[in-house]
Design a protein. Sequence first.
Length: 414
Amino acid sequence: MAVEVLSFGCRLNAAESEAMRRQAEEAGRDGLVLVNTCAVTVEAGRQARKAIRAAVRANPAARVVVTGCGAQVETQAYAAMPEVAEIVGNRRKLDPATWANRGTDSATGRIRIDDVMRPDPDPLPEPAPMRARTRAFLPVQNGCDHRCTFCVIPFGRGNSRSVPVETVVAQVRALVGHGTREVVLTGVDLTAYGRDLGGPSLGGLVRAILRAVPDLDRLRLSSIDSVEADPELITALAEEPRLMPHLHLSLQAGDDLILKRMKRRHGRDDAIRFCAAVRRLRPDAVFGADLIAGFPTETEAQFARSLDLVEACGLAQLHVFPYSPRPGTPAARMPQVAPTEIRDRAARLREAGAAALARRLDREVGQTRRVLAERGGIGRTEGFLPVRLPEGVEAGALVDLGIAGHDGQVLQAA
């Protein structure tokens, strides 16, 4: 049995999961089930624990190793599971020595958690493309210096740390050499890139990659904090056609008082102005966003401000999170919204998101789009909109396709 990986949460986790898989396979860890957990919501932890129990039921001989943010901040919850053989903290999970060492059943060997606030750099595994061999997620930043009142991720990841530009460029070159057509830069707080190094900014990194790796077809960004997007990044969006016109924004809410209680660094008008400014420079830009439904103290009127932010910003793709209190966070001590109301608001946000996506897909019909083909008969436009491919288009191909229609979620090529 090869190494099986169950990855939850963000694209950074997805990239790290691939690195751990390679390291574990190279170390001969056959039969390992590696669970890379998320701690953003209570539901994320519940899903991970359910998956662990299911994996052991399917293969009682499997050795389960749990890592990720959930392992870091909810260690005892996973330690209490008899199905879990090892728990590995975030600072150890990319160290090849971790996977060469099979651990023990002793208390010290089974649980290997380090202080994530240590200032020393993280291990950097050799890059390789995701298994689809078309798109690779490349971590360039980790950790977060902010303390949003709802979030435990800084305590799972530590403070912000950036990968030096020359290292990133070398990794992108290696990925392109493996056949990767598109690289996605990932991080916990991507727009914080470079501050700990004294520069350059994320925009400077983007420019350096595109200048140094002319054979890279597409460069894409994962989630960013719009208020912290640096001027060079905005200029690059306007001037660099290989920088894809798709931005996923960490907005969280559309009401200024709720944003203040979240301890966010932007207001409602900041988000609207940012989207308008980018759209003027790059008219084909597609925006996604994270939004939280039912944050503590949120009234119906305040929720309505989040609901109409979808239209005000021209959002096309939503990640909706029903608020769930995380122990130890300031928001958990605030007056809570009733769970039934949270579920209702999340459903209404998702409905608004589905309608916004359908409107965006309507605009694509009749256009010709350059599409990167993936496995499973689906490709992605430059704006990251999914396209159902005609027969005969192989994964990894970049093709110009006419858009004939859509089903509300996926475009149909002519």
